[in-house]
Structures are given as C-alpha cells and as structure tokens.
Design a protein around this ligand. Structure first.
Ligand code: SF4
Length: 426
C-alpha cells in the first residue's frame, strides 16, 4: 500500500502551501511512513544514496503519492527524486562539476550569456522538489554531504546589475527565467521580474522554466495570486508584442494526473503557451513506448513536447545516463506518431559550454568508445565538444580503457582527429 494514501484523501492535498509545508526532506520523515521496510534496508540504501548525491532531498507529498512503493527500487518517479546507494555507479572520468561551464559564461551574477541572442536568468536557487539529475547541482538547493553549494546572493541585490546588462546588450532578445524554479518566486517577485524584462525594448521572448507543473501542479489552481501574476505578465507581453511562455519539465507519463490536467487547462484557457523539456534517463523514460505515452499526454494538454535532452554528466547519476545510440533509436520511434510540431527534438547540451546540439549532428561518434564529438559554430566556432556515453553501455574492454588515463587520452585524441578530418573534407 502507498504509505502516502492517507494524505491523498485530505482536502489540504489540493493546496500548494500545504504541499510545501509537508515536503519531505529527510530519511527519518520517509522512515516514519514506510510500512514495507521491516529490516530498514531500503531506508539505509536511501541514506547511502544521499551521502553520495549532489542534491539534497525535498519531495512534495504529491510526488510521493505518485511512487509505486511496492516497486520502490524500479519506480521511475522514485528514481528522479530519491537516490539509493545500491544503484549508484562510479562517475565517468570526464565528469566535472558545472559540466556545462555556466559560471564562466556569466557576465553578471545570476545571468548566463552563452548564445548570441539569448540569456538565462537564475532567479532563485530553490525548487519545490529537488531532482537527482539537476545540471545546476553546483548551486541549486541546500548543501549536501558531498557538495557545498555556490550560494546565490539575494536576487534583489543582483537584479539591477542584470537589468543594466540586458539593457546594454540589445542583441539579447530572448530570456529564460530559471534557477531554481520560478514556482518558488512569490507573485510580487514574479511580477517584478516580468515587468522589469518587459521594460527592456530589445527583449522579444521571455520563458519561465519550471518543474513545478510536474511536482506541484496544485500551485496553479490554489495559489491564484501567483497564477494571476503569470497571466498578467503574459497578457502584458502579448499587448506589446512580446512572447511569454511557460517551460515545463515532465519526464514520465505517470507524472501527468488530474491535478496536472486541471492546472494545464486553466493555464491554456488563460492564454499561457506551454512547452515541455524532458531528460532522457535509464529506468525512467529510456523506452519508446513510455516516451510515446509522454508525448501524447503532453500534446493532449496543449503542452508542446519541445526537447528531450541527453542526461548531463552529474555526480552520482551515471546509472541513469543513456547512450546516444539509444537516444537516436527512441527518437526514430517517436518521429511520425503525431504532428511534427508536437515531436520533441532530441538534443545534447554539450559539456564544456557548446550549448544544445541536435543529438544526430555529431561530427564523429564511435559506439565502441562511446565518444561523440560536436561542433557549435554559432557559440564557440573554434572548439570541439565531447559527450561520452555512460561506461556501462560499453564493452568490458572499452570500460577498462577509460579507466587507464593513457588509453583514455588516446581515445579522446583519436576522436578529435577523426572529427577534424571529417570537418576538413566537408
Ligand atoms: S526543478 Fe530544475 S533546477 Fe530544480 S532541481 Fe529540478 S532540474 Fe534542478
């Protein structure tokens, strides 16, 4: 039986503030409710997982109610939010903290400017739930046993410098507001950010990014001040010719419930454009039927399936990464099941700061070594970027080679030379 079944029948379950107050943040809180763990082995496994994880634990009762507790270890929702030590594999040798090099592309605190015409605004370092696969594990959430976070200074203190930079850099026409999660901004912060960005004439598009619709959908239906703030920004944007959208983050069809449907319907009726970005993860959605189900359910709710990203290199997450070859197979199975505009682009956010590339656009990919090499001509034209398949997807010999620094270096050099040779011959 789901140990959170009792909570689900409470009227407060539909209230976002209650969900936030009752979010589970410690193993002891989980242990109190677990009835099917007589020897305590599962919870000990969670403790081991948390000791290795770069993200602290924070899970809403709503998400806990989505987990199939009779299949705890294999459950795709559990895998996204609760680490267990027994499944964690050694990290790939190419893993680096802040693998996307966001901090070095940050001209002012709280703003990442990598692509010529768009910027990422990091409005907060808090989220309603913390995901194991978070790229920004260097700064998002509370400190963990393995990571002391780069704490964001109060947003108000950074805001003037951010606005000044955006005003002085009119080439930026597109701003993604993320963090952290914009569900954690209160309605006045959300309005202030929206108004501030809309006051900059060069900005034509603003996106608010959130996992919130997947982990706390009742925010939209119960915190009407927040929802009205978002709708007002959207209406104001439309009136002055600026496109405002909400970018959601669903990874599995089981994350879509009647709470999600009610929230999405309300937002759709009030004119909010929604798009979804997923992360491809082993044991979660590395299956074409699961991905098809997700695409269909999102499309039904008028949430456009926009991107499926290869999982970034994050400490303690190697077991959840998939090979690019598997990503290509799933993409092939998805294409054609529905309208093209509702078919997600499979992409890799290249380690080292090359930005997002279509997963198929590699210069070179060797399935034996698992090395893919990409170019990013409009971001860093002179550089090559490497995305490695997870070691467990390679042959035993290739795995051994990666663990020998000399052989690993040779494989990387060969891959780069092959990519350069390919570019030279067009
Ligand atoms: S909601 Fe986004 S920013 Fe927050 S932990 Fe999850 S992936 Fe990271």
């Amino acid at each position: 039986m789901n140990p959170f079944a009792r909570e689900m029948t409470r009227p407060e379950f539909a209230d976002a503030a209650w969900q936030e107050r009752c979010a589970v943040t410690s193993v002891d809180q989980l242990r109190e409710r677990m009835e099917d763990d007589p020897n305590g082995n599962l919870m000990r496994d969670v403790e081991l997982g948390l000791a290795r994880a770069p993200m602290a634990m924070r899970i809403t009762p709503y998400v806990l109610s989505l987990i199939d507790w009779s299949n705890f270890l294999q459950d795709p929702i559990r895998k996204q939010f609760i680490p267990v030590g027994s499944e964690i594999l050694p990290s790939h040798p190419l893993l680096r903290m802040d693998s996307l090099h966001e901090q070095e592309s940050s001209p002012v605190d709280g703003l990442v400017h990598r692509y010529p015409d768009k910027a990422l605004l990091l409005a907060t370092d808090r989220c309603p739930a913390y995901c194991r696969f978070c790229t920004r594990s260097y700064s998002v959430g509370l400190d963990t046993q393995s990571v002391s976070k780069k704490r964001a200074s109060p947003f108000q203190a950074r805001w003037n410098a951010i606005v000044a930079y955006l005003r002085a850099t009119p080439v930026i026409v597109d701003v993604a507001v993320s963090g952290g999660d914009c569900f954690q901004l209160n309605s006045s912060q959300l309005s202030a950010i929206g108004r501030g960005l809309l006051s900059i004439p060069s900005i034509r598009r603003i996106r608010f990014a959130t996992k919130g619709l997947a982990v706390l959908p009742m925010k939209v239906t119960s915190d009407l001040e927040w929802t009205n703030a978002l709708v007002n920004i959207s209406d104001a944007g439309r009136n002055q010719g600026v496109d405002i959208s909400l970018h959601t983050h669903f990874n599995h069809p089981r994350e879509i419930t009647h709470y999600t449907a009610a929230a999405a319907e309300l937002l759709f009726k009030r004119g909010i454009r929604m798009r979804n970005q997923s992360v491809l993860m082993a044991g979660v959605n590395d299956d074409s039927e699961v991905m098809k189900g997700l695409v269909k359910k999102l499309s039904h709710l008028h949430i456009q399936p926009y991107y499926v990203f290869a999982c970034d290199l994050v400490d303690g997450l190697e077991h959840m990464r998939c090979s690019l070859s598997l990503a290509c197979q799933i993409e092939k199975a998805i294409r054609g099941i529905t309208a093209g505009y509702n078919t997600p682009l499979f992409a890799v956010d290249t380690p080292g700061g090359g930005g997002k590339r279509d997963i198929h656009s590699f210069e070179y990919y060797n399935r034996q070594t698992g090395i893919a090499v990409y170019r990013a001509p409009s971001v860093r034209p002179d550089q090559l970027f490497i995305y490695p398949d997870p070691l467990q997807s390679l042959s035993p010999d290739a795995q051994t080679a990666w663990l020998d620094p000399q052989r690993a270096k040779r494989m990387l050099t060969d891959a780069v030379q092959a990519a350069q040779a390919k570019s030279a011959t067009g």
